[in-house]
Design a protein around this ligand. Structure first.
Ligand code: ASP
Length: 600
């Protein structure tokens, strides 16, 4: 090794020892006869001091070193003089008196500072990924990720799970996204699909008798990217045989609680994790992955609203549309102008989520005062009192009214709720609020295609008591799906699977597949179901997203070493890029440019 110790390791009791350290010049301060270098490696920072009077050669090398140079330093560990200790650094009690310094590699001036948390634009973060990854915050995210994954492996290994790798070159594995296709050179005109998840393969491992499988699996979904999505991402994928819904949920709840306690050194907001029915989550929070660090639940006032004199409510209620209220505590305590401006801003936000407007009402500061807001006049005194009772409103609160098609109401509630929580400072970044969402519908109606879409995927078993609804009223059937939400993100999802060919065959026509198409795509599954398939179920947890939540990051890219941009590109390595014509020929592919590329 080119070093005897790392830069986070030395303490006062090493004083007097001769050591060699190697790393990056984090900071250099030239004080004439003395040069101080903060030397950084993955484990920390150690101060080096070089004295011109006693070590002129080392001093002249130190003099030429610049930020991010890679150097090797030999010298003695010295207790820092009293008053010169740096209590911010674990190594801050000592320094190394550098007697021999070698520059192992020079560095150009980096495009952004590594030694400060300054803002870095997205493009530079990606183009110089290896420099961005050098930043201590990023190193700590990547190490956290390593710890989480290692913990998962150990935890599951102790409980009898076997890690099995499944192929990346495979066949379409529908999870509701577009596939990435890979042309097969050996089979002209044919393509592999990269797995959207190992769903079929893990089920086949259950047929194969493995009983407890897991994999840290890479999944590929060609969809539009957002802050919490990447085209390729990592799942903890898991499947168990001879289980019911509660068994899988208990296994994952145990794992997540242990990760929070033992890896993150924190405590979940609550254990056991609450279980919320999908319908209740949508009705109260407008989301199937609600952020429960705060409550801010919508209150349904449909019945009351229908009796008021406000024509929009009355008409909507008559047409079967709900009316809901979000109560923003003390947000009504603003002067007339400021209140109207706030209402306009909130209305603009609601409109971005599909609202046609946003009615509001502000309660006065004292009981004698008048309510403010355009719709107060449509409520009788008794109706106002009833409204305040139903919404538990207090003086100074702002009530926001949302009424539209049910799905639109959900979207607006979700959008306003997240915004209000920020504005009202209700989010404690230290809190991790996990909750299970259960009793999803088995299907959603796809109006465009006039068919049902599976709400999870086509292998999800309907709840046993709802099986008969597949024949009569599929929209009412609940699936055995369970999702785990944490702080507004879905961090895991799974279900008990269909293990019976006859039930599986009932799903296909409902989702618009003929039996022939289904056999072509999933014939291997149907056939496997005829060879002694155990009842089974499982789940997958997005590792990137989970680590993002644990690290308190808002963008998934901050916990992925080499992520893609919003356009799905790696601008460091320039991928995707055009292949050589010869490669295309071998693959029997001709590219039809929508517009021929202009030659420079
Ligand atoms: N394959 C599912 C997914 O990736 C998870 C599961 O059902 O196990 O979302």
């Amino acid at each position: 090794m080119l070093k005897t110790h790392n830069c986070g390791e030395l303490r006062s009791d090493h004083a007097g020892q001769q050591v060699t350290l190697a790393g990056w010049v984090h900071r250099r301060r030239d004080q004439g006869g003395l040069i101080f270098i903060d030397l950084r490696d993955r484990w920390g920072i150690t101060q080096i001091v070089v004295d011109k009077a006693t070590n002129p050669d080392a001093h002249s090398v130190a003099d030429s070193a610049r930020s991010e140079y890679v150097i090797q330093v030999t010298g003695a560990v010295r207790q820092r003089p009293a008053g010169a200790e740096n209590t911010d650094l674990p190594t801050g009690g000592i320094e190394i008196v550098g007697t021999d310094i070698t520059i192992l590699n020079a560095s150009k001036t980096p495009p952004f500072p590594i030694n400060r948390e300054d803002f870095v634009d997205d493009e530079s973060k990606m183009a110089y990924r290896y420099l961005y990854l050098r930043r201590p915050e990023m190193q700590s995210n990547i190490v956290l990720r390593h710890r989480v994954v290692k913990f998962m492996r150990d935890y599951l290994d102790k409980r009898g799970f076997v890690e099995v790798e499944t192929p990346i070159l495979f066949k379409t594995t529908p999870e509701g996204a577009r596939d990435f296709l890979v042309p097969s050179r050996l089979n002209p005109g044919q393509f592999y699909a990269l797995p959207q998840s190992p769903q079929q393969l893990k089920q086949l491992l259950m047929v194969a008798g493995y009983e407890r499988y897991f994999q840290i699996a890479r999944c590929f979904r060609d969809e539009d990217l957002r802050g919490d999505r990447q085209p390729e991402f990592t799942q903890l994928d898991l499947e168990m045989s001879f289980v019911q819904r509660d068994d899988v949920m208990a296994m994952i709840e145990g794992l997540m609680t242990a990760i929070v306690r033992e890896v993150a050194g924190r405590e979940p907001k609550w254990t056991p994790f609450p279980r919320i029915k999908y319908e209740d989550a949508m009705e109260k929070y407008g989301s199937d992955k609600p952020d429960l660090r705060y409550e801010l639940a919508a209150v349904d006032i449909t019945e009351l609203a229908g009796k008021t004199g406000f024509p929009i409510f009355v008409n909507n209620v008559a047409a079967g549309k709900p009316v809901k209220v979000l109560r923003a505590p003390k947000m009504g305590l603003r002067s007339g102008m400021a209140l109207r401006k706030l209402a306009e801003e909130l209305e603009a936000l609601a409109r971005s989520a599909g609202a046609k407007g946003l009615a509001w009402l502000a309660l006065p500061e004292t009981e004698e005062g008048e309510v403010k807001g355009p719709i107060g006049k449509y409520f009788t005194v008794d109706q106002k009192l009833e409204l305040f009772a139903q919404t538990a409103a207090e003086p100074g609160d702002l009530l926001l009214f949302i009424s539209d098609e049910r799905d639109t109401v959900y979207r607006i509630v979700d959008t306003l709720r997240r915004h209000l929580a920020q504005e009202l400072n209700l989010i404690d970044p230290e809190v991790l609020a996990f909750a299970w969402i259960i009793d999803f519908p088995e299907f959603y109606w796809n109006e465009e295609e006039k068919r049902w879409d599976p709400s999870q995927h086509l292998f999800t078993m309907p709840m046993p008591e709802d099986l008969h609804l597949l024949d009569t009223d599929p929209g009412k059937a609940r699936g055995s799906q369970y999702d785990l939400a944490c702080n507004g993100y879905e961090v895991a999802g799974g279900s008990i699977r269909i293990h019976d060919r006859a039930i599986q065959e009932k799903i296909f026509p409902l989702i618009g597949l003929t039996l022939e198409q289904a056999k072509e795509q999933f014939g291997h599954m149907l056939e496997a179901f005829e060879f002694g398939t155990p009842p089974h179920g499982g789940l997958a947890s997005g590792v990137d997203r989970l680590v993002m939540v644990l690290a308190g990051e808002k963008n998934i890219r901050e916990v992925i070493a080499f992520p893609k941009t919003q356009q799905g590109a790696d601008i460091m390595a320039n991928a995707p890029s055009e292949p050589e014509p010869r490669q295309l020929e071998e693959l029997h592919i001709r590219v039809v440019h929508p517009e021929p590329k202009k030659q420079p």
